[in-house]
Design a protein around this ligand. Structure first.
Ligand code: NAP
Ligand code: HSE
Length: 441
């Protein structure tokens, strides 16, 4: 971070360096956690950074709220924080786009490095911000934006960067993983478990971002941007949430030896060509991701040289997320102290995106059928005519003249599989395709 001067250090190496002064934008879950960690661990943070870090000013919406920090720190004029010459570095933990993006742009224009936890901002305009930081030789770090306390971004940017990465699979949203774990283990329906998650403070009053897959979409886009070297068009990422999942799918998953997880999936389909998708997935019980329960997050990564890796840990909450923010701050402070250059790694061209039709996967499907002698044969023929091979099956009578069949297929092309379902839905012995899902493991 060449353009931040530290006059006390440069005038004499013997003089105690003056602290790095932090301007905190936001004092909610993450902001308060970051403040507390900087206080509680002040000594070890200063020792590792080579310079003390102090919170100089805090921007919030409501300065009248009771806070766990001296009231003199707070202001509702957030622009004054990023413009303050006594603020050396800006931490953005407000969230969302407005006013976060404008404030980060202004901080960078003011030659201040930035640390943020804001996945929506980084997924939508991160390439622009990172390029701005890079041009100015500034740091822009966002470890907390994906996986909370799990140090996955730095690992992908640096230590794993030499690998070609055919696939990454992530459980990237704690709220939805908690809901899926409870639905699977208690048999309770979605609405009941969501209400419980809200009561425990895991899910927000408006749970859309979490349960409809937006949060996971932002996170897998950020990871893909780092691994494949360019921004992804968010509109071309396939997204399904977990609201529609029926308790029956959890029953069949259990019988067949699987568990259901909301996955963010990134696959390399050619040079700078990727397919990104977010959807509930049946994960085989012996896959490492199947054991990731409750609010935990995980990233399963396959690199051509390193092989399979999995990172897991707490993906949300004040303390784990503060751990990631403070880790980034220490990185910036080391640069500041050593007068190093900014470490923002610029994005390249936008990634080319591959359509869902070309996914190759195994599939689960549950059909409601008429309980007739020729039902199974006609369904199996329709799958076969579309190049879809069947691997496993569970069949139950559920009423007079009514049956339910759950199939697991062999690996098939998604286009073939979807066309087979259209044909099957038209068979006179099929009442409906009740549900289907992609399968891992
Ligand atoms: P939060 O608890 O809702 O806190 C948001 C803070 O920003 C509050 O202090 C609020 O002020 C302030 N704020 C919001 N809008 C503002 C505006 N227009 N002007 C001024 N101040 C404003 O949010 P959070 O959970 O800490 O999340 C912050 C960021 O971290 C988000 O990008 C989130 O996605 C990300 N993140 C969160 C977690 C987590 O576990 N919570 C984990 C990883 C990443 P008041 O206090 O006055 O309301
Ligand atoms: N709402 C997010 C989750 C917070 O549930 O995982 C962390 O980004």
């Amino acid at each position: 971070m060449a353009n931040l001067s530290n006059p006390v250090m440069s005038s004499s190496a013997l003089v105690e360096p003056r602290p790095l002064r932090v301007g905190l934008l936001g004092f909610g879950t993450v902001g308060e956690g970051t403040y507390r960690m900087l206080l509680d661990n002040a000594e070890s943070v200063a020792a590792k950074a080579g310079i003390p870090l102090v919170v100089q000013r805090v921007g919030v919406r409501d300065t009248q709220k009771p806070r766990s920090a001296p009231s003199g720190l707070f202001t509702s004029d957030l622009q004054s924080v990023v413009d303050d010459p006594e603020v050396d570095i800006v931490v953005e933990v407000i969230g969302g786009i407005d006013p976060a993006v404008a404030l980060v742009e202004r901080a960078l224009a003011n030659k201040k490095p930035v640390v943020t936890a804001n996945k929506e901002m980084i997924a939508k305009v991160g390439h622009r911000l990172v390029n701005q930081a890079h041009k100015n030789g500034l740091d822009l770090h966002f470890e907390a934006a994906v996986g909370g306390g799990i140090p996955v971004i730095q690992a992908l940017k640096h230590q794993l960067a030499g690998n070609d990465v055919p696939r990454m699979l992530g459980i990237l949203n704690g709220t939805s993983n908690y809901i899926l774990t409870k639905m699977s283990e208690t048999g309770a329906p979605f609405d009941e478990v969501l209400a419980e998650a809200q009561g425990l403070g895991y899910a927000e009053a408006d749970p859309t971002n979490d349960v409809d897959g937006f949060d996971t979409l932002y996170k897998i886009a950020i990871l893909a941007g780092i691994v494949y070297g360019g921004p992804a068009d968010l509109d071309q990422i396939h997204r399904e949430g977990i609201r529609h999942l029926d308790a029956r799918e959890f029953d069949y998953a259990r019988i067949l030896g699987y568990t259901i997880r909301l996955l963010g999936v990134a696959e390399e389909c050619g040079p700078r060509r990727v397919r990104l998708r977010v959807h509930p997935t049946m994960v085989k019980n012996d896959h490492p991701l199947a054991g990731v329960r409750d609010v935990f997050n995980a990233l399963w990564f396959h690199g051509d040289f390193v092989g399979d890796l999995m990172f897991s840990g707490r993906g949300a909450g004040a303390d784990p997320t503060a751990s990631a923010v403070v880790g980034d701050l220490i990185d910036v402070a080391r640069n500041y102290n050593l007068q190093g250059s900014g470490s923002a790694i610029p994005y390249g061209q936008s990634l080319a995106m591959e359509p869902m039709e070309t996914v190759e996967s195994r599939y689960y499907v549950r059909l409601n059928v008429l309980d007739r002698p020729n039902t199974l044969g006609r369904i199996a023929t329709a799958f076969g005519e579309h190049e879809v091979g069947l691997a496993e099956m569970e069949m139950h009578v559920v009423g007079p003249d009514e049956g339910e069949i759950a199939f697991l297929t062999h690996i098939s092309k998604e286009g073939d599989f979807v066309r087979s379902l259209t044909a099957i839905e038209e068979l006179p012995v099929v009442n409906m395709v009740a549900a289907w899902m992609r399968v891992e493991g």
